[in-house]
Design a protein around this ligand. Structure first.
Ligand SMILES: Cc1cc2nc3c(=O)[nH]c(=O)nc-3n(C[C@H](O)[C@H](O)[C@H](O)COP(=O)(O)OP(=O)(O)OC[C@H]3O[C@@H](n4cnc5c(N)ncnc54)[C@H](O)[C@@H]3O)c2cc1C
Length: 345
């Protein structure tokens, strides 16, 4: 976000230079419409309670997602659990209400952008997120360095939690060379990895450390014989340099041989919602007959149809900000043409 701040500052400056008025801390309460449904402005309320009726030929709604609304998260994402770790920004999904009241069509689904992550107290112990995602460990058997792939796999597990396994050699590698997943590339943190891991392990809440797999299996809640067989099989794949089950990238095939062994529990992190306001290619908001509501445009993540229904493996860093800024530009161009009396194209 902070890397994106200069873009916002530049846009802000340009708007002011061109004479635009910016109302901060002012909430849009209603899209005002003429009898034929066309937009004629907005009703807004300032922080001080002052109401503004702003007349306009068109409106672009870019109110963001609905991460602040647990009821909507549950409605749109049946798999959603209260204990998912996430960036619960206080976006309350106002756009859904504004659009619905203006007669807009909402898709039946939205998209929840999610990643694998060490769970709820991750902000305090965020090194565990990088540790859980480390491709050299035993869990990320499919894809190596993809950070997001796997959230669906985690969701299908009992309790929607997974465990990544380390041995002492892997822990020492991180101390010496750092994480492969460069999520928290803090060298001092890498050096502290073993100390931090062992400290968290004393609580046996998110991490367990043991010299034998039986104790680890009991903590995980799985069959010890199955765990040991899985580790042995994985080690044999590492020895031969080929993973016969998942064809894991051979660069990340590292055996688990040297005690103490560790298991790190992790879950799913949610980042953003996308949708469900239906628009056409001009970013015009559509009514229930999928016809544009004249003068009503929308942009950013509130808009549906640009992400896959299931945003898991295909979630790309930057796609939300990228789409938001570009859809804003396209909506702005079309809204300007409309306002000047030209057809939107
Ligand atoms: C911590 C964090 C990290 C992220 N990292 C990335 C990343 O690396 N890459 C990436 O692509 N995306 C990232 N995202 C997601 C990205 O920031 C958002 O998807 C993007 O900002 C959405 O842009 P937007 O313009 O649609 O909505 P927002 O940026 O959410 O803006 C919506 C605005 O509308 C305002 N608003 C809401 N309701 C009303 C109302 N009724 N009246 C007036 N104003 C209203 C809100 O206050 C807000 O200012 C991250 C998000 C978070 C929280």
């Amino acid at each position: 976000m902070s890397r994106f701040a200069p873009v916002m500052r530049k846009l802000h400056k340009e708007c002011e230079e061109k004479g635009a008025q910016i109302f901060l801390k002012t909430e849009c309460k209603k899209i005002l419409q003429a009898e034929d449904g066309s937009v004629r402005g907005v009703l807004a309320v300032g922080e001080d309670g002052v109401e503004y009726e702003i007349k306009a030929k068109c409106v672009i709604m870019a109110t963001g997602g609905f991460m602040g609304r647990k009821d909507l998260l549950k409605k749109y994402f049946p798999f959603y659990e209260e204990d998912f770790f996430g960036f619960y920004v206080p976006n309350m999904g106002d756009g859904l209400t504004l659009a619905e009241e203006a007669g807009a069509a909402l898709e039946g689904h939205a998209t929840l952008v999610r990643e694998t992550c060490h769970s709820s107290d991750a902000m305090k112990e965020h090194f565990l997120t990088a540790a859980a995602r480390e491709p050299n460990t035993m869990w990320e058997e499919t894809s190596g360095r993809n950070l997001q792939i796997g959230a669906n796999a985690v969701l299908s597990q009992p309790g929607k939690k997974c465990f990544t396994l380390y041995d002492d050699n892997l822990v020492q590698e991180i101390v010496d060379y750092g994480y492969l997943v460069p999520r928290y590339p803090n060298k001092d943190e890498n050096k502290q990895f073993k100390i931090n891991l062992q400290e968290v392990a004393t609580r046996k809440e998110w991490v367990i450390q043991s010299d034998n797999w039986d104790e680890i299996a009991e903590w995980i809640g799985c069959d010890a014989a199955v765990l040991k067989a899985s580790v042995e099989e994985y080690n044999s794949f590492c020895a031969q340099g080929y993973d016969e089950t998942f064809v894991k990238d051979r660069r990340y095939l590292k055996p688990l041989l040297k005690p103490p062994f560790y298991a790190i529990k992790f879950g799913v992190m949610v980042v953003e919602t996308c949708g469900p306001v239906r628009v056409n290619e001009n970013l015009e908001v559509l009514n229930k007959e999928y016809q544009p509501i004249p003068g009503y445009y929308s942009a950013g993540v509130i808009v549906a149809g640009w992400q896959g229904h299931d945003c898991n493996g295909e979630h790309l860093f930057g796609s939300e900000l990228g789409f938001s800024i570009n859809s804003g530009r396209i909506a702005g161009e079309n809204a300007a043409k409309y306002a000047l009396g030209k057809e939107a194209k």
